[in-house]
Write a new protein. Structure first.
Length: 199
């Protein structure tokens, strides 16, 4: 049987929830081990002094992308059954800006704040409180926001379909972007480290 296993009925909702919990705990453990439970580590990203977040997250994206691409090529994954969230262009652009602003101001994203809370960081607790307050307010305002949230729908969009090119070309381009991004991030880190040493 090929993946995705859930879509093919290999296991049900109960097992999927257990797997989600196990994967979530494992993900949180490795985030903490990488230092991503600290707002200082995360905020350093925006000062270009420590680009570990960029490198780790881009590495994860590229690894997942290559894994899916080659597993699909080998006939082990039916890529058409992998869920892709529908695109609502304007609401998601604004949501991304709000999330990014919160990340810059608070030093956490929702996931890393949970990691920080689990290790007793008070700033993470405050951030998490803000996240849940925001969710509550959004839920209360949703009836008035529903039309906007569902506006500018583009359906299921992938880069290859949007650009009208073969998926292999997109994979190749993203890998090149990653290599250049890692090189650029390392170069910036070294330059700033030299400046701090000279100061």
């Amino acid at each position: 049987m090929i993946a995705p296993f859930y879509k093919y009925g290999l296991f049900g909702d109960e097992v999927s929830l257990i797997l989600a919990a196990v994967i979530g705990v494992g993900f949180g453990f490795f985030l903490e081990r990488a230092g991503f439970g600290s707002s200082r580590k995360l905020a350093a990203q925006f000062y270009f002094t420590d680009m570990a977040v960029f490198k780790v997250m881009f590495s994860a994206i590229v690894t997942a992308m290559l894994g899916l691409f080659y597993l699909s090529w080998a006939g082990l994954v039916d890529i058409s059954m992998v869920y892709v969230s529908p695109t609502y262009l304007l609401p998601q652009l604004i949501g991304g800006l709000v999330l990014g602003l919160g990340f810059i101001v608070g030093g956490y994203c929702p996931g890393t704040s949970v990691v920080g809370i689990s290790t007793g960081r008070l700033d993470a607790v405050a951030f998490g409180g803000g996240v849940f307050s925001g969710i509550f307010v959004y839920g209360e305002l949703y009836p008035w926001l529903a039309d906007f949230v569902k506006s500018t729908s583009m359906g299921r969009v992938t880069l290859d379909s949007w650009l009208g090119v073969d998926v292999g070309m997109v994979v190749f381009a993203v890998v090149i972007m990653a290599v250049l991004g890692f090189w650029g991030a390392t170069t910036v880190e070294r330059k700033l480290a030299r400046r701090e040493a000279e100061a």
